[in-house]
Design a binder for this molecule. Sequence first.
Ligand SMILES: [Zn+2]
Length: 671
Amino acid sequence: MTQPLLSDHPLPAFGAIEPAQVEPALRELLDANRAAIAALLDAGADGWDTLVVPIEHMHHRLARAWSPVSHLNGVMNSEALRAAYNACLPLLTAYHTALGQNERLCAAYQGVADREGAALRPEQRKVVENALRDFRLAGVSLPPERKRRFGEVMERLATAQAKFDENVLDATHAFSRHVTDAAEIEGLPANALQRAREAAAAAGKDGWLLSLDAPTYQAVLSHAVSEPLRREFYEAWVTRASDRGRHAGQWDNGPLMAEILALRHEAANLVGFANFAEYSLATKMARDPAEVIEFLHELARVSRPAAEREFAELERFAGRTLASWDVGFYSERMRKERLQLSEEALRPYFPLPRVLAGLFAVVHRLYGVRIVANPAVETYHPDVRFFDVLDRDDTPRGGFFLDLYARPKKRGGAWMDECVGRLRLAGASALPIAYLVCNFSPPAGEQPSLLTHYEVLTLFHEFGHGLHHLLTRVDVPSVAGINGVPWDAVELPSQFMENFAWRDEVLPLVSAHVETGEALPHDMLARLQASRTFQAGMQTVRQLEFALFDFRLHAGYAPGAPRINETLAEVREAVSVLRPPEFNRFPHSFQHVFSGGYAAGYYSYKWAEVLSADAFGAFEEHGVFDAATARRFLSAILERGGSRDAMEAFVEFRGRKPEIGPLLRQMGLAA
Ligand SMILES: [Zn+2]
């Protein structure tokens, strides 16, 4: 009886995975890895072939065993699987901490660098450099007492961050609003009303029951005619998990935020950095805090005057002074009136099968690969399909699971994840396999799923990540595909792909009216393109407010004085055009920064947007389907993964360092 998670089959056997087998399988793998590493060290292994290659194999095997578990936990969640998943997380954390602090292992990698460094190929050198960097960041050379403290800090940090998330979740779920008078919900779109009807019926109530999930919140703020209703939802949203609002103090994240900042600062200090911002940049493309701050302020200098103009225009349009809860509502009205465009009216032009066929055609023209459905592959749900990626000569290059429809027990949002990484080492090989996940509305009866243009962009975005993973030519898994790519560069291929979905050359390929088959008419296409720069200044300063708040909070941290509200107030003074009310406690639910991976890294979104707009600029100069430009992008960026410095890769493609101009022109913000 073989364990499905430990099998060497190229694709996961989803149907055979039993939650009860997960923890034993993981324990077996981790024990085997620990024993194998100890044996390598006992044998004195300190060469690329004798040390690094076996370890790359072990971690490839661990990653491909864990990947389907973590994926199913996200898209086919069940009580049993969730319990198994949660039981495994601490085992994995402990394994990685011990590995990062293993002095003998670190010395062995140092041995590889010292003896073979000059003879190693560039991607091999990168693997060894990254490993040595990560040992340092895990505190490998600290005296035992400080090493132990570093481990404690990391463990407490993980718990505190998880608790921060739970508080936000509980506070969000605690709010609901019962409505019996239809006049109060005037303006809400039909799908939001439908959900609220069903929620009320499920709770045995008449009328509508509105909850505080993101789609409902967005619908109320953008469409509800009633100002008191908008204000009520705004207040509930921005006071979640705080000392203000209806549930003030009940799930207050305030103390946790102070603790999280203190722990991060301590961890950074322990391993030799002045603050957590410097620690965060040790693995990123940006060189130092000054460069990040200067970058964000440069963007602010150009976008703030535009944002002020746009806001004044919006107030003129509304004929009144606007509060925070009015901006979304009047912006939506102005957009409709000025551009004569609504996302809902675009849907019939973007049936999913047409969008997919068009996307695959674009990829084929750019990179020569063919994408073909392979119904023989076992998936984990009837809606999920598998596709092979084939080279020009039909050699398989990789494949992906495409999971596009919303369903119960599936996490919201859209993402790409690695199922299997590419590997070609010491006679063994594996092709890259990806998961591409979205949450579009499922087909209704005979009618295919119809996408908004925003959803078309989402699909292109995730497919860009997918190509980065699937087209890699790197043979060593830890720097193949998206692995080893700095956080502030990883959105380059994805944001880059989005650009195609705005173009005259591409929109006819991805649109065909669901009834008439007619491509998006020219006037609608032009209005759609015009909408790209609508309120670009206001959108930019909002992102800058988040990014500067996050970065300055970590860079300027002084022990005992987290200055959370003060920092936010200073940042708003510097960049924002709208002053939120006193009760606003937005940081208390800012999960990207307090519990997610974006701590001292929220700036990455804008940073990578500069790279992607500038990279796309080369296609604008030479033609969207220019073969030579596409070949250069493929070989310099997509195929290289994390095997080389991100800035060097960009310079190889563009012939110079990135410039901010193309992004400003794209957003309509250029002077
Ligand atoms: Zn992305």
